[in-house]
Design a protein around this ligand. Structure first.
Ligand SMILES: NC(=O)c1ccc[n+]([C@@H]2O[C@H](COP(=O)([O-])OP(=O)(O)OC[C@H]3O[C@@H](n4cnc5c(N)ncnc54)[C@H](OP(=O)(O)O)[C@@H]3O)[C@@H](O)[C@H]2O)c1
Length: 286
């Protein structure tokens, strides 16, 4: 059975620690927080024998998870290196989606195998997270041996590991932000435009929600290029010109930027004349 330290017994640390214990393949050696009461509560939740507040007291373990906020990862890694408590060859990892394993460089310099493990999951409520974590995709990046051991951990807790190429963490996080955040931005944009056309909020939510859900389903099933419908996909520059007349300047700028990307996506479905007409309209910032 492998040993695991949890530094940061917050939302993610508690749940991953508990799932590791429940798998039967790991025992959590200690849980560490800044506040003693938090450490005790988190250790009880995880089922760990020790609740700590001082990094220097951290026991040796096969794996150590730094589940602290992103802004504290490098600080805690440097402090842990200074405390010299982790054996060379042990795995140290964090769970940030945006940051890579370079944050753990002071520990790597001492012989630790460093990596990051990002579960694409929201740990808002720990008890519920324990029930629903199964099947979660987990991105691994960093030292090859560390990633191999973390893939085993992910599988033990019923997640699904996949690997990022070296230096790929920023692109990975940018993609998640585009897919998640910009989808919300698009809905907000469409809601504003349809409200100006006189549609009430409740109807707008049903109208746009059904369309966006159906379109996403089509795009996932058929691929984005095949799923594309609408005036740009048909090469209908007249309708696009009409749309631009009703949009506020900021909304028009966004419509044009996304329209240019959509012309590219439509590709060979458009003949040279259609492409030129659309590019002239959409590239024109007036
Ligand atoms: N929450 C999510 O849904 C989610 C999803 C994917 C990835 N992640 C990643 O998981 C990591 C942890 O996020 P979280 O949401 O679990 O954070 P959180 O709930 O805020 O918990 C952070 C924990 O870290 C401890 N801590 C903070 N600063 C520390 C320091 N300097 N030294 C030692 N311990 C410290 C806190 O201790 P005290 O309680 O004593 O202050 C707390 O136990 C982040 O890298 C985040 O990006 C989170």
């Amino acid at each position: 059975m492998k040993s695991l330290n949890i530094v940061g017994g917050g939302r993610l640390g508690k749940v991953l620690g508990r799932l590791a214990v429940l798998s039967g393949a790991y025992h959590v050696t200690a849980v560490l927080c800044r506040e003693a009461a938090h450490a005790r509560e988190a250790a009880a939740f995880v089922g760990a024998p020790r609740a700590l507040t001082r990094l220097a007291e951290l026991p040796a373990a096969d794996l150590t998870l730094l589940a602290v906020p992103d802004g504290a990862i490098a600080v805690v890694a440097a402090a842990l290196a200074e405390a010299r408590v982790l054996p060379a060859g042990s795995v140290v990892f964090h769970a940030s989606g945006a940051l890579d394993s370079v944050q753990l460089a002071p520990l790597a310099a001492q012989g630790a195998l460093t990596a990051s493990l990002h579960p694409a999951f929201s740990f808002a409520e720990p008890e519920r997270a324990l029930e629903t974590f199964g099947g979660t995709l987990c991105a691994l990046e960093g030292d090859g041996d560390a990633c191999g051991q973390l893939a085993m951990l992910v599988q033990a807790i019923a997640g699904e590991p996949f690997y990022l190429k070296p230096g790929g963490k920023v692109g990975y996080h940018a993609a998640l932000s585009i897919a998640s955040n910009y989808l919300v931005t698009l809905l907000s944009l469409a809601q504003g435009v349809v409200a100006a056309a006189g549609v009430d909020d409740a109807t707008a939510r049903r109208l746009l929600g059904a369309l966006m859900t159906q379109t996403l389903g089509n795009a996932l099933a058929l691929g984005p290029a095949q799923a594309l419908t609408g005036p740009i996909g048909r090469g209908d520059a007249g309708t696009v010109a009409q749309h631009l007349t009703v949009l506020e300047p900021d909304d028009g700028a966004l419509y044009r930027a996304l329209g240019l990307a959509t012309v590219k996506l439509a590709g060979e479905r458009l003949d040279a004349g259609q492409q030129a007409a659309l590019l002239a309209l959409l590239g024109n910032g007036e």
